[in-house]
Design a protein around this ligand. Sequence first.
Ligand SMILES: Cc1cc2nc3c(=O)[nH]c(=O)nc-3n(C[C@H](O)[C@H](O)[C@H](O)COP(=O)(O)OP(=O)(O)OC[C@H]3O[C@@H](n4cnc5c(N)ncnc54)[C@H](O)[C@@H]3O)c2cc1C
Length: 490
Amino acid sequence: MTTVASSTSGTASAHTYDVVVIGAGPVGENVADRVTQGGLSAAIVERELVGGECSYWACVPTKALLRSGDALRAARQVPGAREALTGGLDVAAVLGRRDAFVSSWKDEGQVSWLDQTGTALYRGQGRITSARVVEVTGVDGATTSLTARHAVVIATGTGALVPEITGLREARPWTNREAAAAPAVPGRLAILGGGAVAAEMATAFAGLGASVTMVVRGGVLPRAEPFAADVVVESLRDAGVSVRLGTEATSVTRRTDGTVQIDLTGGEQIEADELLVATGRTPRTEDIGLDAIGLTPGSWLEVDDTLRVLAADGAPVGDGWLYAAGDVNRRALLTHQGKYQARAVGDAIVARATGEPVQDGRWGRHVATADERAVPQVIFTDPQIASVGLTAAAAAAAGLRVRVLDIDMGAVTGAALHADGYRGQARMVVDEERQVVVGFTLAGADVAELLHAATIAVVGEVPLDRLWHAVPAFPTVSEVWLRLLEAYGR
Ligand SMILES: Cc1cc2nc3c(=O)[nH]c(=O)nc-3n(C[C@H](O)[C@H](O)[C@H](O)COP(=O)(O)OP(=O)(O)OC[C@H]3O[C@@H](n4cnc5c(N)ncnc54)[C@H](O)[C@@H]3O)c2cc1C
């Protein structure tokens, strides 16, 4: 059975499904999968590539650009392996590997996965025209009207936010899209911004041989533990990146010779071959018909824990037929968290459609409560920063009585064996009232894979007394847990 639908040029048609999803990024795809597994019929609307930002211009290509440099650094830190190295990165091979991971920006693979779920795919721009009705306009102008019996789910994601700086738009800056899909490495790359995207791209392009300058209004990684941000700034500088903190671009000019001039506060000027804007994200809700249902185009979508869109009065829109999942609701702009929301929302829609009870308690099946308590994130800089839950500052601001434990990861035998001169720090934030871990941050080489243990401890609200019995294997980097528990004392 083929489920891929297309409109015929110049015609208008109408179809009805149980659920209509707008946007086939990782989140929309997973909503469709979940509701079809639950026995409902689903249609999904996509105007670009099935797989969304993450697959082609964000998570996947950026991590592909970073991974080779990481592997090289790891080998350099281990005598015996170091001597086997014969040179630096092969840039063409790195870019080629990136191209393979994004299937050369073609979505056949993802379309065939979607097809297996039984979801009907409509190519084009989706717009809500009234309650439960989505109109799809194909590239040829043909329109298709899709009516949802139970729910419409908005999963349209975010685009790069380009700030209002004189000359910036005219200078044709790179966004994450051009950076992730770069066909070559520019000689000089300037980056506006200091968040995860900016720090990762500075790491990647410096590793690939570009001369990188970061222009950062505040500090780097402002939401991370300060020690983690400091270590990233230090290592970026060690890698030759010029990190300008507390500086802003006041105007930008693309010169006739193709180079970019960036004027900074204080009168300084920098020059680059390309300028990457990584100053935040904006929701793709401008042209999806929000005005037709009394919501504001261009706004982030406010949702409850079952991901129903809330109107200005705080109540679900209409009788609760409209949902929003993933980046577009601003709860946690991360693929894994959006896919978690997709599972929750898909199951909630099925439950409501079939009259099952909705499990919306603290950790119920149909709520995305981890968005507030336990969001794991890895920033793939050198060193990697892996965190979950609250930072010490956020826990204190939330009114918790916390105790903060820090250890030097270099003193852990497993880490020292992992890499000569291993440098890193781990922090555990304990809620003293309940004696459970509410936050955990690791800054060190290859810590990404250690994060899930911390996520389980936070979500499981495992008492420290019980955690004491979770013994890390020797000699692994996970022994940081033992050191932290020893520091806490029994
Ligand atoms: C450079 C970068 C690196 C990142 N790295 C990571 C990472 O390592 N790990 C991680 O977890 N997250 C990462 N993220 C975040 C991650 O990319 C997003 O959280 C994720 O893509 C959100 O998924 P989504 O499905 O909500 O939206 P998207 O992936 O943006 O997908 C939305 C889809 O909706 C479509 N669409 C929009 N409007 C319409 C419309 N009106 N009609 C039809 N279709 C429409 C779009 O074309 C798109 O395909 C990164 C982000 C960036 C920018």
